[in-house]
Design a protein around this ligand. Structure first.
Ligand SMILES: [Zn+2]
Length: 458
């Protein structure tokens, strides 16, 4: 009788910040044993991972599954297939669906749909803008709360937006009492509106290029972060800010952390990977990226912020729309859908950064897996490859090079902003709680395998 279900033999396992020469055994849903090379135990299946590395599965705190309401773009099944193929073993998605997740009843309906559809584990950040609903939602087990400061047209649904600092403080106080994380998309909407009016008055077209330039202006983000940090101090809320691509906001966040404020910092790949060239070649598929990468000081600050720990995690902002929908930005980017799918190519983009020496592998694992698990309060059950932890892992063919393309994608919209890119480092196997959900480019997981991750009060 074999003692273990699966043994990954001959590879290097990422643990405690380094790659270790050990074999990894899985029993049931958990990692059962890390054994030294040469020792051998019985396993029903032995996977030869010589020359490959094993890292913890990605825990993505920033997914837009589009389900319910926008399932022509993506749904739980297609999002989780793309996730599995891309090495994401847990995602937490956002409330800007239709109907938006603002009540306990809507949260329960959304969770039930995800339980049927998802191959990988999942949580959900509900809207945190109605302060009377907050304690009820927390009692129902939500993973955390999301507040958008940005408003306008979908996907920045005005029903989920809050700019008024008095009301924000009320909500922050209510969320602070729950002990759950409060995710905020920082944005100074009035300032953005004023920059927009100025640009139109100068005769700039209301297209994706003008939008991307204004949307990523430092002042729009820096002023929002400054106000959010003040409200965090007042309320004690566990604040998690996303899209932190502005250098001056990173300074503010670093100082706030130094003062001991409860704030964590997320960045998403598009801003510091997709530049003007991509915006010119691929157009609206790239917006609102295209301007951050062109500013060397800003980019240097971002990479430095990974090294010095100011940036805590990478969130994908997997945000699919059909190509026809984003193309409408050429006419009016202020009302058109905006965002891009990420999951299929996500990990390879960052593994390439590691190969290029921009980021260490240890830092990447910290930002993709370990810190997100800590933010959710589920570390070390997830986020690390220790005996007793969930067997959520990704086997990576470290040296393999490939040219990314729009062929064979799992996202429903069938395009990727990284098509044509040459990358190094490819996920070849993804496991969620002991079950292989993707292997050699094929998705093998079953809908319904994914389990809900409830919020943990901290
Ligand atoms: Zn988002």
């Amino acid at each position: 009788m074999a003692d273990y279900d699966i043994c990954f033999r001959g590879g290097r396992v990422h643990l405690w910040g380094e790659l270790q020469d050990v074999d990894l055994y899985v029993r049931g849903e958990s990692i059962a044993l890390l054994s030294g090379r040469g020792e051998s135990y019985g396993a029903r299946r032995v996977v030869d991972v010589s020359g490959k590395i094993i890292i913890p599965g990605i825990i993505d705190l920033h997914a837009h599954t589009r389900d319910p309401g926008y399932t022509h773009k993506e749904d739980f099944l297609t999002a989780s297939r793309a996730a599995a193929a891309g090495g994401v073993t847990t995602w937490v998605d956002m409330p800007n669906v239709e109907p938006p997740t603002t009540t306990v009843e809507l949260f329960r309906e959304k969770k039930a749909r995800a339980e049927k559809g998802s191959l990988v584990d999942f949580g959900h950040f509900v809207s945190g803008v109605n302060f009377e609903e907050i304690p009820k939602l927390a009692a129902a087990g939500v993973t955390g709360f999301k507040i958008f400061q940005v408003s306008g047209a979908y996907p920045h649904d005005p029903r989920l937006a809050l700019n008024d600092e008095g009301k924000l403080l009320q909500c922050f106080r209510a969320i602070a009492k729950t002990g759950l994380v409060c995710v905020v998309h920082p944005f100074n909407q009035p300032l953005f509106d004023s920059f927009s009016a100025e640009a139109f008055a100068q005769g700039k077209p209301p297209n994706h290029v003008t939008f991307a330039e204004i949307y990523t202006k430092e002042a729009v983000w820096e002023s929002a972060i400054s106000s959010l940090l003040m409200l965090q101090r007042e309320s004690g809320v566990r604040l998690h800010v996303v899209h932190t691509h502005a250098a001056r906001s990173l300074n503010l966040l670093r100082q706030a952390k130094g003062r001991g404020q409860s704030v964590t910092v997320e960045i998403d790949p598009k801003y510091f990977h997709l530049g003007r060239k991509d915006l010119e070649e691929k157009g609206p598929q790239v917006c609102p990226a295209g301007f951050v990468l062109e500013d060397p000081e800003r980019i240097a600050k971002i990479w430095r912020s990974f090294r010095n720990g100011t940036i805590d995690n990478i969130g994908s902002d997997h945000a699919p729309h059909t190509n026809e929908e984003v193309e409408k930005q050429r006419i009016d980017a202020w009302t058109a859908a905006m965002g891009n799918p990420q999951y299929d190519h996500y990990l390879s983009v960052f593994l390439t950064d590691v190969h290029e020496g921009k980021l260490s592998l240890a830092n990447l694992v910290r930002c993709l897996s370990e810190t997100p698990a800590r933010i959710l309060g589920i570390f070390p059950r997830k986020g690390i490859l220790l005996p007793g932890s969930d067997a959520d892992l990704v086997v990576v063919d470290w040296e393999r090079e490939r040219v990314l393309s729009n062929k064979g994608l799992f996202t429903k919209v069938q395009w990727s902003p990284y098509a044509g890119w040459k990358v190094q480092g490819v996920p070849v196997l993804t496991m969620v709680r002991g079950k292989i959900v993707a292997e050699d480019g094929k998705v093998t997981g079953e809908p319904g395998h994914g389990k809900f991750i409830a919020g943990v009060s901290q």
